[in-house]
Design a protein. Sequence first.
Length: 302
Amino acid sequence: MQGSQPVAERPRRPEWMKVRAPSADSRYFDVRKLIHGASLNTICEEARCPNIAECWGRGTATFQILGDTCTRACRYCYVHSGKPDGPADPLEPLRLAATAAKMGLKHVVVTSVDRDDLPDKGAGHYAATIRALKHKAPEASIEVLTPDFLGYEEESLRIVLAERPDVFNHNIETVRRLHLSMRGAKASYDKALWLLRRAKEVADYPVLTKSGIIVGLGETNDEVVETMRDLRESGVDVVTIGQYLQPSSKHAQIDRWVHPDEFRWFREQGEALGFGSVFSGPLVRSSYRADEQRAAARAVAY
Ligand code: SF4
């Protein structure tokens, strides 16, 4: 197995991190028109995801609700942080659902910024979005990738899971040792595990749970496996692992380029731990080919 390359020795992106530009004959431009026309945000754009040409070209995208301003400031994240402009837009769930229906999505992924300023931390808006999707796009499966609902965790889980999304996703993001320095004091490694474990207990149906890990922030490979073990012990069904890309000079520095062989090794370790699906690769993101991740996990679970 070939090993990681420290960024100090190889500052430029290696070959395996190169991505294609959008092609004129793909669905990229139609998707962009629909999303912008409905004044919706996507994490694809807000986080400058490297897969946007591929995902939008396939006609998929990941919606970001609750505005474009996050009340946290994780050191690896490009999403704008600050004080949000006001309450959630009550019409956003309807616009989102209508857009998902027009796009013909079979699996809709909804995420959000953190809204620690809202009394319910945004849980009610997630619930309204799921209800609108079930009405407008009844055939589509729904995945929510939520924040930790700081201080309102149990109530938020109950509010969101009462609407029966198919997949409950909450990203642990990094290993225990780096959690505080990367995510700040409001987030916690153990709380992320609790949220994922509790989601299964609160749901009165067989919800799939999912989480993601970013590598290249200074963790070791053993710590990645330890994090997968913690997730698995919390009942998580699906895990994603992908390479960190530093969005600007103000963000956390990349520590290493993880080699594709090591990503394959992570996948083998995760499969041995019993995950229904392990998506592990340089360009894998939490919502990358989320429909396939869910299908793979369901094939194992049912
Ligand atoms: S991987 Fe996720 S965030 Fe990135 S472009 Fe695809 S759907 Fe959007």
